[in-house]
Design a protein around this ligand. Structure first.
Ligand code: UDP
Length: 313
């Protein structure tokens, strides 16, 4: 297949590039680099099956030649990023999704949308199943991301129903691994950076809020299976192993032998209190897919990558 990945220089996008190239496909990565980084794809330079286009997908997308699939992964994706780029976040989820869908339609390509657990907001149903409609504050600081992704899902289904486009939607839960931006403000990079500098980990609020962390290769395996599947409605992909942020901080401090402990900071507005994917649908429709990487193993790879990029080795 010849595949376009928007956000291809980002954390998940670049891992998808690697995987799809390894599967024998031709990959075009597109990115405007506001939160992506060409360091993530530098190792692919010279690969004749790979190319990079610097472009902001909120504007008309031009790609020469045929395409078999368009994977729309472009978006600021950390709470700090979408607070710093609220309008770009809304635009890439809304206008960018429209442009990417238009391209897929013009090329008769399959379209896959990277959606998010944020469509469930601060969820009142736990764990989150795909048929839950969510509890989102449209005008809160996270609304720019949550509502853009909800619009993106609606637009994707409209193209499917109106134009008969083959579309897929993955709802991505917290994912971590090598290449996460060190200063993206999310809990995994923050804690690892702090621990590697013997600083106290910044726990927001009481630390009783929960998350469930999925290693990037497990996520990518789920996305690739979804792309090739016949499932047209949203599918959660994530790791159901749930823990409190306090437990997560303890894990990081133990794995890195960080002596500095923790420090409390205020809880961000609308921070979801609990989050865990119900993955029974993914298991059913994606050939028994399930995450296989234990947290400590995934964190060890992530810490090693951070040490290298921080020049600590
Ligand atoms: N968090 C924290 N300390 C940090 C960064 C984040 O305690 O330095 C908390 C945050 O309040 C949230 C959880 O960790 O409850 C996950 O935050 P993240 O920014 O990774 O993404 P989210 O899951 O909220 O989208």
């Amino acid at each position: 297949m010849r595949i376009l990945i928007t956000g291809g220089a980002g954390f998940i996008g670049s891992h998808l590039c690697d995987r799809l190239l390894a599967d024998g496909h031709t990959v075009i990565a597109m990115d405007n680099l506001i939160t992506g980084n060409t360091d993530n794809i530098a190792h692919l330079a010279g690969n004749r099956h790979f190319s990079f286009i610097f472009h902001d997908v909120t504007n008309y997308i031009y790609v020469e030649g045929p395409l078999d699939a368009v994977l729309h992964f472009a978006s600021p994706a950390s709470p700090v990023d979408y607070l710093n780029y609220p309008i770009q976040t809304l635009k890439v989820g809304a206008l960018g999704t429209h442009k990417a869908l238009g391209l897929a339609k013009a090329k008769a390509a399959r379209f896959l949308l990277a959606s998010t657990s944020e469509v469930y907001g601060d969820p009142l149903v736990h764990p989150q199943t795909e048929d839950y409609w969510g509890n989102v504050n449209p005008i809160g600081p996270r609304g720019v991301y949550d509502e853009a992704k909800r619009f993106a899902e609606a637009m994707t289904l409209a193209y499917q129903r109106t134009h008969g486009l083959e579309t897929r939607i993955v709802r991505i839960f917290n994912t971590y691994g090598p290449r996460m931006r060190i200063n993206d403000g999310r809990v995994v990079p923050n804690f690892i950076y702090q621990a590697l500098h013997s600083q106290p980990l910044t726990v927001y609020g009481e630390g009783s809020q929960t998350r469930s962390f999925c290693y990037v290769s497990d996520l990518v395996e789920g996305v690739v299976r979804l792309l090739h599947s016949e499932e047209r409605e949203p599918v959660n992909i994530g790791n159901p192993a749930e823990m409190t942020i306090l437990q997560f901080a303890e894990t990081i401090n133990r794995l890195t032998a960080n002596p500095a402990g923790m420090v409390r900071q205020p809880l961000p507005v609308d921070d979801p209190q609990q989050r865990r994917p119900d993955i029974s649908k993914a298991q059913r429709v994606l050939g028994g897919w399930a995450p296989v990487t234990p947290l400590e193993q995934g964190l060890a790879s992530t810490v090693a990558d951070f040490r290298r990029r921080l020049g600590l080795d």
